[in-house]
Structures are given as structure tokens and as C-alpha cells.
Design a protein around this ligand. Structure first.
Ligand code: KIV
Length: 271
């Protein structure tokens, strides 16, 4: 008989029930097996295989260059690591905006080839046909509104979105629309906290914020930012829990010194 209790996996139903019980949802990005294993062991609820991999893993300035093949590779690595967390994968730029059939084809590749649990798309009314088609295939969809980095060249900057009434009103309409279409959750990125609160109160599905204040149903951060690996990215909404850039640099310098001095390996570190 096994002494291990079976892990209660996170599903869309669990997440929606958490909102109902006013339990906050924790979410972080992951792009590789080793990091995903640690975050899952710590008890994270959702792992997002974000297209921010384009920035933090590949060093691109924007999220636009990452391809569907790259996203599938990262998603496969994360799915292999996870026992409990719900794994959501970003549909990358150019894989869903063109038409809804392409959106579904991209989603099917992600689901079949990676084993992930859901996809995330950026946008509201303008991509509603794609969202509906994906949902009709039985794949859970997470929405993403506010600052949508795939549209950076339309916005021009990464500053706070929806400060003006017209954009705020459209965002609230899009939040309702995404719920009506059947999305199981919505990310709101970099918008005023008061607007995010209204949005979260207006729907029964979880609203997860990044730079959207405390009055939403959960929080997401890019893992490399919150661990201090990406040193130069310092937006106001970011809380750093470690300074790994500095710590890893110190450890690496120590290793270099030990190799150069002949201190490593010692007699216990050889055969
Ligand atoms: O790609 C990503 O990391 C994201 C988060 C910022 C929500 O979409």
C-alpha cells in the first residue's frame, strides 16, 4: 500500500471554486523542467508557459518573435515536471489572430504535442471568433486584457493601460464578453487597481492580475523577475523575493577562483 496521498490536481473547476470561496490563486511563469518542478513542489496553482519566454529565455526585446514550435518545446518541458499545477500555454503572436481556424489548429498542436491543460490568448472582441472556436473543441481558454505585449507596436510603450474612460469601458465590456464566451479565467495586466477591482467583481470567473492591484482573484508574475534573475526589469508592481542575478554571479566567481587556484576538485571530489 502506498503511503503517499494522491495529489489533488488543479482544474478549471477548482480555480472557479477558489474564486467563490475568496481563496486567492497563485500563478507564475515557467518555461523549463527544472524550474517548473520547484514551483510545482512549492504548491503554485497555475503555471503559465508564457510567451515572455521570448524575452527571458531567448533574449528578444519583445514577445513577437517566439514561434509555435518554440512554445510547444517549452510547454512539453513544463508538463513533464508537474504533478499538481494547472498548465496554461500562450498562443504566440501570429498563431491565432489571422482567423479562427488557424487559432484552433495552433491550439490543437499545443494540446496534442505538449499535454498542457489550457491556452491563453491576448485580446477581447477582436478575437472572439477564435476564442469560441477553441472553446467548441473543448479546450479551456484564459483571456488576457489591459497591457497585451503582443500589441506593443500599437501601444508604443509598456505604460499603464485603460486610464482613459473609453478604454476602461471597453475593457469592462471585454471582461464580460470573455466570461459569456466561456473563458475560465482572465489575466488583467497593468491597469488601474480600481478598474481591476470593478472587473473582478463583475464576473464569476477568476480574474488574475499583474500590476492590477490587490482586489482581484489572484496574482501572476514572471518567475525570472520575482527571483531577481532579470535584474534590469524593475516595474513598480514587481516584488523581488530573491536577488538571484547577484547570488549566481557570486557563486560563479567563487567557482572560477576555485578552478583557477586548483582548490576544486579536492580529494573528496574525485575518483
Ligand atoms: O507571457 C507572460 O509571461 C504573460 C504574463 C505577463 C501574464 O503573459
Amino acid at each position: 500500500m502506498s503511503i503517499h496521498k494522491p495529489v489533488k490536481k488543479i482544474t478549471t473547476h477548482v480555480l472557479i471554486a477558489m474564486k467563490r470561496r475568496l481563496e486567492k490563486i497563485s500563478m507564475l511563469t515557467a518555461y523549463d523542467y527544472s524550474m517548473a518542478r520547484i514551483l510545482d513542489a512549492a504548491g503554485i496553482d497555475i503555471l503559465l508557459v508564457g510567451d515572455s519566454a521570448s524575452n527571458v529565455m531567448a533574449g528578444h526585446e519583445t514577445t513577437l518573435p517566439i514561434t509555435l514550435d518554440h512554445m510547444i518545446y517549452h510547454a512539453q518541458s513544463v508538463v513533464r515536471a508537474v504533478d499538481r499545477a494547472f498548465v496554461v500555454v500562450d498562443l504566440p503572436f501570429g498563431s491565432y489572430q489571422g482567423n479562427s481556424k488557424e487559432a484552433l489548429a495552433s491550439t490543437i498542436r499545443i494540446m496534442k504535442e505538449s499535454g498542457a491543460h489550457a491556452v491563453k490568448l491576448e485580446g477581447g472582441i477582436e478575437i472572439s471568433e477564435s476564442i469560441s472556436r477553441i472553446l467548441s473543441a473543448g479546450v479551456p481558454v484564459m483571456g488576457h486584457l489591459g497591457l497585451t505585449p503582443q500589441s506593443i507596436y500599437k501601444f508604443g510603450t509598456y505604460t499603464v493601460r485603460a486610464k482613459e474612460k473609453a478604454e476602461a469601458d471597453q475593457l469592462l465590456k471585454d471582461v464580460k464578453l470573455l466570461e459569456e464566451l466561456g473563458c475560465f479565467a482572465i489575466i488583467l495586466e497593468k491597469i488601474p487597481a480600481s478598474l481591476a477591482k470593478r472587473a473582478a467583481e463583475s464576473v464569476s470567473i477568476p480574474v488574475i492580475g499583474i500590476g492590477a492591484g490587490p482586489d482581484v482573484d489572484g496574482q501572476v508574475l514572471v518567475t525570472h523577475d520575482m527571483l531577481g534573475i532579470t535584474k534590469d526589469f524593475q516595474p513598480r508592481f514587481l516584488r523581488r523575493y530573491l536577488e538571484l542575478f547577484d547570488d549566481i554571479k557570486i557563486a560563479t566567481k567563487q567557482y572560477i577562483n576555485d578552478v583557477r587556484s586548483g582548490d576544486f576538485p579536492n580529494e573528496n571530489e574525485q575518483y
